[in-house]
Design a protein around this ligand. Structure first.
Ligand code: HEM
Length: 145
């Protein structure tokens, strides 16, 4: 009889501490990387609480317990990002920080392959601008529908 392939989630691979390490490394990278200075400036000076929020979000999104939902009552990321102008440039800076953080914590190739594309897709969901122009309404454009 063929052996059944066991599916491991990113949370199974990283474990609770590994997810926390990744979230922490992510914001450390953002804090250090000159290429991420633009998105770093959108965040508070102290990154401790946002590290905890990202860890909670990733725990749940990676297949672990629903801890983000328990705090926020939702898993929607659109609302918390709505005040910030996030276009392709900001998305790519965010992804660079995440891919660098994965390297920094010594993530396996298996894990990197698993999360690379989903991270791109979720960053695309958070994107709310076509480019990085300031978020201002053009009074000459009348919304239809
Ligand atoms: C695409 C580029 C992104 C930018 C520029 C960005 C930027 C930000 C900023 C400025 C905040 C608020 C920080 C604060 O309150 O000090 C935030 C919050 C947050 N971001 Fe992002 N973000 C991006 C993508 C993502 C992605 C892809 C994820 C998840 C995989 C994510 C997860 C979070 C979480 C969990 C919070 C906390 C939200 C809350 O208050 O519950 N972000 N982000």
């Amino acid at each position: 009889m063929a052996e059944q392939q066991e599916y491991r989630t990113p949370y199974d691979i990283l474990g609770d501490q590994g997810v926390k390490k990744l979230a922490s490394a992510f914001y450390d990278v953002m804090d250090e990387l000159p290429d991420a200075a633009h998105i770093r400036a959108m965040h508070a000076e102290n990154l401790d609480s946002i590290k905890r929020m990202l860890a909670a979000y990733l725990t749940q999104w990676f297949g672990g317990p629903p801890v983000y939902q328990a705090i926020k009552g939702t898993v929607c990321l659109t609302d918390p990002h709505a005040p910030y102008a996030i276009g392709p440039k900001e998305r790519d800076q965010w992804l660079t920080c995440m891919y660098t953080a994965l390297d920094r914590i010594g993530a396996s190739q298996e894990l990197k392959d698993m999360v690379r594309e989903p991270f791109y897709r979720i960053a695309e969901t958070v994107r709310n601008q076509d480019d990085s122009k300031p978020k201002v309404r053009d009074p000459n454009i009348i919304a239809v529908g």
